[in-house]
Design a protein. Structure first.
Length: 448
């Protein structure tokens, strides 16, 4: 029998589909305001079409669609570009933090995704609906599973802690791609700010003594019931702790203050000086995320005619990630001509002392038949050997991805994706080993 939070996911998906169907404008000649992505299948995460453990792609697209649908609905109620509409969207994005399909839900689902690949159970604390709580947990995780993950898959243990912030950065990037390539009309800029500021504030709290106070408050609210405990406490503290100590047994964290189980949470005081400095460095690097024209509602720029006789639009931004072997800084470049949509990323990977390069090139939605479009992406990288934090040796790897979209009518588009990656860390891909991924779903056009 499906538990409550799985049934909620089904209800949300079904309700969203009905609402979209009912509200779709029948005038097919109008401009598409935005697309809602309903990813029906995401392999290998989905089993028997059960959404208990949605894949990273699946949860990302559901969260983005939830926000864009809600934002545009508020714009229709209050009017585009009005003070009332802006206030309504700000209030919605604030309240939505504690709702399923929100950025918080997405953050926790990506933590859960790392656990679920090994069959470890967990639960998203968003479904507790603890309004205005400072902490949303991933609970119902056993100490034994965490200890086994740390022992057998230490890089996955590190990724477990960093995956939540990774999801928020990629939610922003996915929205920005919609703004640039599809000219989405939903007003999502407040969400871009929320994710950027929230991540920076999180890094700041982790890298100061404030982490001690937050962790104490969490422990004060816990008892002997292990199921009710969060899997890690403050993500960034656990991330840097395990990054520097991949071979330390999980049990070395000590005993929980109740006397039952392991004390999972890493306070600021538990970090040594080198770990504190490295964590604080990530906080400062996180300011790079503000080098982003999309935050100022600047969706595109025209390339001056003196450089090209063609009408070329472009944009660019920077993103900072913490990852299983250290951190990376990505320079994204968006480009669009009358005939092509292109996306490039120069990736700069860092572990403790070394640098490794990477590059992404994408061709997006290229028409190949009357109703069919093709997208392809090639990704090549050099990352630390065995994803080690300390090595200066690199390993080459990469990924290939292709997507087909078939237009059923003016409202519905079917799509399928397939991708293969070698060993290594790739954003929005669960496994750190080589793997193949497939997705299928429906895009629904919503008209102005």
């Amino acid at each position: 029998m499906l538990d409550l939070f799985v049934r909620l996911n089904y209800s949300i998906l079904f309700s969203l589909f009905l609402i979209l169907t009912c509200l779709s404008n029948t005038n097919a000649n109008e401009t598409v305001a935005h697309q809602v992505n309903l990813p029906i299948w995401d392999s290998p995460e989905n089993k028997d079409f059960i959404y208990k453990n949605p894949g990273m792609y699946q949860s990302l697209q559901l969260s983005k669609s939830f926000y864009q649908f809600s934002h545009y609905s508020l714009q229709q109620i209050w009017g585009d570009n009005t003070t009332e509409s802006l206030i309504a969207i700000i209030l919605f994005d604030t309240i939505a933090t504690w709702l399923p399909l929100s950025n918080s839900w997405l953050h926790e689902e990506w933590h859960r995704n790392i656990l679920s690949q090994y069959g470890f159970d967990s639960r998203n604390g968003v479904y507790d609906f603890n309004w205005f709580s400072d902490v949303i947990a991933v609970d119902h995780v056993s100490d034994e599973d965490l200890a086994l993950l740390k022992e057998k898959h230490p890089q996955d243990m590190i990724r477990l802690h960093s995956a939540g912030l990774e999801s928020q950065a990629l939610l922003n990037l996915s929205i920005e791609k919609d703004k640039f390539y599809n000219e989405s009309k939903s007003f999502d800029y407040m969400l871009l700010w929320f994710n950027t500021i929230n991540s920076l504030a999180y890094m700041n709290a982790c890298s100061t003594s404030e982490a001690n106070t937050i962790t104490k408050n969490i422990l004060d609210g816990e008892d002997e019931n292990i199921d009710n405990r969060d899997f890690t406490g403050l993500d960034c503290n656990a991330w840097v702790y395990d990054l520097f100590r991949p071979e330390e047994p999980y049990s070395s964290r000590g005993t929980h203050p109740s006397g039952i189980g392991i004390n999972r949470y890493i306070t600021y005081d538990k970090l040594n000086n080198e770990e504190k400095r490295f964590l604080r460095k990530q906080y400062y690097l996180h300011f790079l995320n503000f080098i982003n024209p999309f935050l100022l509602s600047m969706d595109n720029f025209h390339l001056p005619e003196k450089y090209s006789s063609r009408d070329i639009l472009w944009n660019t931004n920077l993103q900072h990630f913490i990852n299983p072997f250290g951190y990376s800084i990505h320079w994204n470049i968006f480009a669009k001509t009358p005939n092509h949509k292109l996306f490039f990323t120069f990736k700069n990977y860092f572990n403790k002392n070394s640098y490794f390069p990477g590059f992404v090139a994408s061709l997006i939605d290229k028409p190949i038949a009357t109703k069919t479009k093709l997208s392809i992406e090639s990704n090549v990288w050099q990352q630390p050997e065995a994803l080690s934090f300390t090595t200066n040796k690199g390993e080459w790897g990469g990924s290939l991805a292709a997507s087909l979209k078939y237009k059923l009518n003016n409202y519905f588009i079917l799509y399928s994706n397939i991708s293969y990656k070698t060993k290594g860390w790739l954003e929005a891909y669960t496994s750190l080993d080589k793997d193949t991924y497939m997705q299928a779903g429906i895009l629904i056009n919503r008209f102005e």
